[in-house]
Write a protein that binds this ligand. Structure first.
Ligand SMILES: [Zn+2]
Length: 407
């Protein structure tokens, strides 16, 4: 028909007309939404007859806007940080202490909230180590190893030693549970450990614990660290499990330990985790059992978590505050982290001579006052592109330092 006569022109004209109509429609929809929104914002008593009529006429739009507002409010509330006041905190911790004492098999689940006091975000923040390095400043090793086990890590280790905690399941990759002295058999690092690289060509999988973050060249689905296995020559991989990946390594993930612990648990204490990721692992929650047969849930977190409704007790406080009150209530002393006794030094495998320059991350040093020298202030940015990635997130690693000579 017309299209056949002048196919190009006609269809183009039609298409343009349709596009224009769509644009006009969207424009008028937006106007309507704005109008209805304005009316809704007014208190009912202040609305004119005309405005009330608008709401009646566009009931659907009004309803949709109200729903949207509710959703926004819920989302906002879920993100808010809530603090229990001092008295409430104390009385809640008393309840928690009783649960810890009475538990037959207490398992602890931890998330990022227990490490914030370890200055980990500051690693690359405005005053972070990398920023300082970029300005050409020399940083002493005490600054570089700021990420140390927190009070919470030390309390958990102590509670394990006292046989009050049986197992720890962590979604943190920072290795701080291990460095606190918690034995490996009592730990499941579900998302890996930034200090561990493995050779999966060796059987069983061969593990290399390092004194530095091994993830600088790795990212989602790219786990090669660039170093090689000293036994078989196979390429080493990091152990990090990124969002959207399924971790299959036996260690450090230790899923077996985690699921056995959950199976036996009568109390689960969640510390500093939003539980948004952990909730997706059904075996951690015994969801196949009826509610009354599941472990009792205690949650310490400042924000809302999807498990709040199932918890026996929700404590809104910082983990370090809650844990120090808990230890006081249990009358157990909190050990202080001693870097010289950091277990990572005995676990670590030294780099071979030819590997010494295979990374640009700072090395954990056993003693304070050991200066690490970084002469690379004027180097080109080439190297920066090579060190993107890692588990801290993209695009911030700009390491330019030279390696300290192996001691
Ligand atoms: Zn190997």
């Amino acid at each position: 028909m017309e299209e056949e006569a002048e196919p190009g022109v006609s269809s183009r004209t039609e298409r343009k007309a349709m596009e224009k109509a769509k644009i006009l429609q969207r424009e008028s929809d937006r106007k309507l939404v704005r109008l209805v929104g304005r009316v809704l914002k007014k208190p009912e008593a202040e609305r004119s007859e005309e405005e009330a009529a608008v709401l009646l006429l566009h009931g659907e739009t009004a309803e949709e806007l109200c729903k949207r507002q509710v959703r926004r409010n819920v989302l906002k509330r879920k993100q808010e940080e809530v603090y229990d006041d001092a008295d409430e905190l104390k009385s809640k911790v008393k309840q928690l202490a009783a649960a810890v004492e009475q538990a037959k098999h207490l398992v602890v689940y931890t998330g990022a909230g227990i490490s914030t006091a370890a200055s980990i975000p500051d690693y690359r923040g405005p005053n972070g180590v990398w920023t300082q390095l970029q300005k050409g400043r020399t940083i002493s090793s005490s600054d570089l190893s700021k990420a140390e086990p927190t009070l919470t890590h030390m309390c958990i280790r102590m509670l394990h030693k006292e046989n009050l905690v049986r197992h720890v399941v962590s979604q943190n990759c920072d290795g701080l549970h291990l460095r606190s002295g918690l034995p490996r058999h009592a730990l499941s690092e579900l998302h890996g450990n930034m200090f561990i690289e493995v050779c999966t060509s060796c059987s069983p999988v061969r593990e290399y614990v390092r004194l530095f973050d091994v993830t600088e060249r790795t990212s989602l689905h790219r786990h090669g660290t660039g170093r090689r296995c000293s036994h078989c020559g196979g390429e080493l991989s990091d152990t990090i499990v990124h969002f959207g990946e399924r971790g299959t390594l036996e260690q450090p993930l230790n899923w077996k330990g985690a699921s056995e612990a959950a199976e036996k648990a009568d109390v689960i204490l969640c510390l500093g985790s939003s539980l948004k990721v952990l909730k997706k692992y059904p075996c951690l929650w015994c969801m196949n059992r009826p509610g009354s047969k599941r472990p009792k849930l205690y949650i310490v977190n400042l924000q809302w978590t999807p498990k709040d409704d199932l918890a026996v007790l929700k404590i809104h406080g910082k983990c370090d505050d809650v844990m120090s009150l808990l230890m006081e209530a249990l009358n157990i002393q909190i050990p202080v982290f001693d870097r010289a006794k950091d277990p990572i030094f005995s676990l670590a495998t030294a780099l071979r001579q030819e590997e010494v320059n295979s990374h640009t991350r700072e090395v954990i040093a056993p003693l304070d006052g050991q200066e690490v020298c970084f002469p690379g202030s004027g180097e080109p940015a080439e190297e920066a592109t090579a060190v993107l990635g890692g588990w801290f997130g993209r695009g911030q690693g700009k390491g330019r330092k030279k390696k300290k000579k192996a001691a």
